[in-house]
Design a protein around this ligand. Structure first.
Ligand code: GLC
Length: 420
């Protein structure tokens, strides 16, 4: 039987443990990346000039939520988001969960095309940039083949297909020849494009949100998507809870790093730990009551963790629960440890990327980051910063972290403008 201390110890990473991950990630980038789950996909895009211009319609396909944006690129590194709308692919007007395996590609893209028609209203010409947050292999700037779904999406007949072709065909079926897809990019690549549009030194892009992934500019100036969320090696400090979560996920053994760090999974990991503490230890004053709070899978999400750490309210499934002071301290400690571990592991991969692109640490680097974890989760951004400092005290000042809101979508607009 484990104790509270055993659990907190297993979630706590020493600087040496973080450095081991950094070293392994560095090695994986240059030597047999596939053995470690990395993909190093060439996005077919390089850096923008910062002078790309024009109004671009953007589809930002992040996961179950998809966003449409109208972005005005003004040149001189400036842009404006003119309008935007969020679409939920799970709950929608069709009554069918378009992310489930009962849905087909043409239903999913047909729905997106209908929403686009409604969103733009008037019949004018638009270039379309697509930020598609899944692993895809590029044939050219406007076509990429989905390699596999991640983030628990299972829609049929999309894997193996050219995603922008599916979108363009759906638009044609609605008679919308005025909209031309011009570019498709991964969201991490989009984030880097948006960062590089604004700043010459931006050379790493990353998503810390529902999912996690990073990309970088290689020595030939190409933007490379690492699919780092799928990284796996024995150096990862996997606990029994990580294994439990992986075993019960839709895609076991896939996205192992992502399952330890990303917003889609933190809530479930947290639930598994609290349930174990309530059922198998005498840590809580009110363990019977607590065990009843979390009976179902995914009954707690990363927004609940955020609320706990920020507002000190303990919520699950939209309900608030009052806890004794000592029980609250326990749930708070576990939440903090999970968030800190996530940020430390992500920082380790950032350092791995910097080691790969600038071995002697001679240049300045800007890591552009988008995503709700980085934006909102208490402790998260600061821990990444602190970890860079602890691991590389002499060089950390060369690395700047910059949050960029909506960057994946802005980057898709930049990509469409670059593709002409
Ligand atoms: C998942 C996807 C990846 C995406 C990331 C962030 O890891 O596989 O392509 O960039 O989520 O959305």
């Amino acid at each position: 039987m484990g104790s509270f201390k055993d659990i907190t110890d297993s979630l706590t990473l020493s600087p040496q443990a973080v450095l081991r991950v950094t070293d392994k990630f560095t090695e994986a980038l240059s030597n047999r990346p596939a053995d470690y789950g990395l993909k190093l996909l060439d996005s077919t895009f390089g850096r923008p000039t910062g002078n790309e211009r024009g109004e671009v319609l953007v589809v930002d396909f992040g996961g179950t939520n998809l966003r449409l944006l109208l972005v005005d690129l003004k040149g001189h590194r400036a842009y404006e988001v003119l309008n935007q709308r969020v679409i939920n692919l799970r709950q929608n007007r069709t009554g069918l969960d378009l992310t489930s395996d009962s849905a087909q590609a043409d239903q999913m893209f047909g729905y997106i095309a209908a929403e686009i028609e409604d969103f733009i209203g008037i019949d004018r010409d638009y270039r379309l940039g697509h930020s598609f947050s899944f692993p895809a292999r590029h044939l050219n700037r406007n076509s990429a083949i989905l390699l596999e779904w991640t983030k628990e999406i299972r829609t049929k007949s999309v894997v193996g297909q050219d995603v922008n072709l599916l979108l363009q065909q759906a638009l044609q079926r609605r008679g919308m020849a005025n909209i031309q897809t011009k570019a498709i990019i991964n969201d991490a690549v989009g984030t880097l494009l948006a960062g590089a549009y604004q700043n010459l030194e931006a050379d790493v892009g990353s998503i810390c949100g529902t999912g996690h992934n990073s990309c970088f500019v290689d020595e030939e100036g190409r933007l490379i998507n690492t699919e780092s969320g799928n990284f796996f090696d024995e150096v990862l400090p996997v606990t029994k809870f990580d294994r439990q979560l992986d075993d019960s996920s839709l895609h076991p053994r896939a996205q192992r790093l992502e399952k330890m760090v990303a917003g889609a999974y933190l809530g479930e990991l947290y639930r598994l730990i609290l349930l174990d503490l309530a059922e198998n230890t005498d840590s809580f004053d009110q363990s019977i009551r607590l065990a009843k709070v979390f009976p179902a899978r995914n009954s707690i999400d990363s927004a609940d963790i955020s609320a706990l750490l920020q507002d000190r309210t303990f919520t699950a499934d939209g309900k608030e629960y009052g806890l004794s002071t000592s029980d609250f301290q326990i749930v708070e400690e576990i939440a903090r440890l999970l968030v800190v571990r996530s940020a430390q592991l992500i920082a380790a991969t950032y350092l791995g990327i910097i080691n790969h692109i600038d071995r002697d640490h001679q240049r300045r680097h800007i890591i552009t980051i988008d995503g709700s974890l980085y934006e909102k989760m208490p402790y998260f951004a600061k821990t990444i910063q602190d970890t860079l400092h602890v691991i590389y005290p002499a060089h950390h000042h060369l690395i700047q972290l910059r949050f960029s809101k909506d960057a994946s979508g802005i980057g898709a607009a930049v990509a469409a403008a670059m593709a002409k």
